[in-house]
Design a protein around this ligand. Structure first.
Ligand SMILES: NC(=O)N[C@@H](O)C(=O)O
Ligand code: NI
Length: 161
């Protein structure tokens, strides 16, 4: 059993796994006659393979209990997957770098602060959506198309905050 204590999410620590989506830490420029600040191009959306296209989804997830007990991580080899909370929900993020094997030493656990979203790069191993405290509603941007786009890797992980 791998036991991890989740650390506060930050872009630098998450860089090997994808992008952190956060208006507070991203540059913006004015549009709409200055009425809107555009935080532009915050994450790399990847849609690979036959008939690949971008999906816009909403996930409504029931909260997890702590400690979070995981039995697997998953990856999407043909596309990225972004989770953006719609109502300030905090969630737990568990990731490992792309590759056909997972080195337990490379697994990282983070907790978001409610203003952050994440974009898992294609192939990044991750835990399924794990929202804290209350039912969560997430905008999810990921890949549609042909072929398998979800692999699971059995791994027992316990995450605490
Ligand atoms: N299966 C699915 O669409 N969701 C997972 O990929 C997840 O990361 O929550
Ligand atoms: Ni996923």
């Amino acid at each position: 059993m791998l036991r991890l204590k989740a650390k506060p999410l930050c872009a630098e620590a998450f860089a090997p796994f994808g992008d952190v989506i956060d208006a507070r830490t991203s540059d913006a420029f004015p549009i709409n006659a200055g009425r809107t600040q555009r935080h532009h191009d915050l994450a790399k959306v990847q849609t690979l393979g036959a008939n690949a296209h971008t999906l816009i989804n909403i996930f409504v997830s029931q909260p997890i209990t702590l400690p979070l007990q995981l039995t697997f991580l998953e990856r999407h080899p043909q596309g990225s997957q972004a989770f953006i909370p719609l109502h300030g929900e905090r969630f737990v993020v568990v990731v490992a770098p792309p590759g056909d094997q997972i080195d337990p030493e490379s697994v990282r656990a983070f907790v978001t602060d409610g203003r952050q979203g994440v974009n898992y790069a294609a192939g990044t191993w991750h835990a399924i959506n794990s929202v804290l405290e209350r039912e969560g509603e997430f905008l999810v941007v990921d890949r549609g198309g042909e072929g398998n786009n979800c692999d699971e890797y059995p791994l027992a992980i316990e995450v605490t905050l």
